[in-house]
Each structure stands twice: as structure tokens, then as C-alpha cells.
Design a protein around this ligand. Structure first.
Ligand code: ZN
Length: 162
């Protein structure tokens, strides 16, 4: 008799999981339907039909919530983007103008989506910065040679004696 009981437990666990997963959906739906019901009741008190008011109120609430959610998500996305930009360190470098080759001090944030431009101090020409990364190999130190000892052996000392 223990097998059906564990099976019942599993079904119950699944139901609880399902309920928790859709809890917010059910909650918001119940709130929307309650609001619509209240609007429908108000319309019946005013001798107007219940169903059109109920449907209209439901649609209006879903539209309003959709607009609200999109506005809030856009706001949050822009905040996240600003935080990402703040975390980037601005780079300062000296770049030559593409027109007159005058060196210009330029400061910019290395953002992938932003086009980096600067105006030349001398000719006032617009320049676009393209960033290239180059890679160099790290070399090992060569062992130091004892130069003084080798030079001492190479000098022919007998020449000075004669
Ligand atoms: Zn220039």
C-alpha cells in the first residue's frame, strides 16, 4: 500500500510546483477579473449591461498593464546600460588627425555601440576612431653575461709590456 501513497505525494508535489510557478499569473488574473467584476457591477447599478463593461474593463487593464510593463522594462534597461557605461574606464590617448596629422588629446569611453569621434584642434575636421588591439609576445630575459671577465681575457696584456 506504500506505492500509491508515494505516488499521491508526487502528484501533490507536482501540483504545488505548478501552483507556485503560475502563482503570480493566477494572482494578477484574479485581481484583473475582480476589478472588471466591480466595474461590471457598477454598470449594472446604472442600468447598463454587465458583459460589455466587464470585457472592456478587462481589455483596458491588460492594455494599461502591458504599456506600464514596457515602460518600466525600458527604464530598467536604460538604467542597467548607464551602470555598464559607468563601470567602463574612460581612455585618454593622443591621436593624429586624419586630415592634417596634428596630434590631438582625446578622451573616450570604449563602448562597443558608441561611435568614437573627435574634432581636430587645428583644422576642426571630424575624425572617427577605430580601435585595433594588437598582441605582443612576452619575451624571457637572456642570462646576463659577465662582461668585465670576458673583456679581461680578450685584452692581450703582453703588448703593453713591450
Ligand atoms: Zn586636423
Amino acid at each position: 500500500m506504500s506505492f500509491p501513497r508515494t505516488n499521491d505525494k508526487l502528484v501533490l508535489m507536482k501540483l504545488i510546483k505548478y501552483f507556485l510557478f503560475y502563482k503570480d499569473f493566477f494572482k494578477s488574473t484574479i485581481i484583473v477579473l475582480t476589478n472588471s467584476g466591480l466595474v461590471g457591477l457598477a454598470f449594472t447599478l446604472l442600468d447598463k449591461p454587465f458583459c460589455p463593461a466587464f470585457i472592456l474593463a478587462t481589455c483596458t487593464q491588460y492594455l494599461a498593464f502591458g504599456v506600464l510593463v514596457s515602460i518600466v522594462s525600458q527604464y530598467l534597461q536604460s538604467k542597467v546600460r548607464l551602470a555598464e557605461l559607468d563601470s567602463l574606464e574612460p581612455l585618454s590617448t593622443i591621436l593624429q588627425c586624419a586630415s592634417c596629422t596634428t596630434p590631438n588629446v582625446t578622451t573616450f569611453v570604449p563602448d562597443q555601440q558608441e561611435r568614437v569621434e573627435f574634432v581636430c584642434d587645428k583644422c576642426e575636421g571630424k575624425n572617427v576612431v577605430s580601435i585595433n588591439f594588437t598582441v605582443a609576445r612576452v619575451t624571457e630575459f637572456i642570462e646576463p653575461i659577465q662582461v668585465s671577465q670576458n673583456i679581461g681575457n680578450m685584452i692581450p696584456t703582453q703588448q703593453f709590456k713591450n
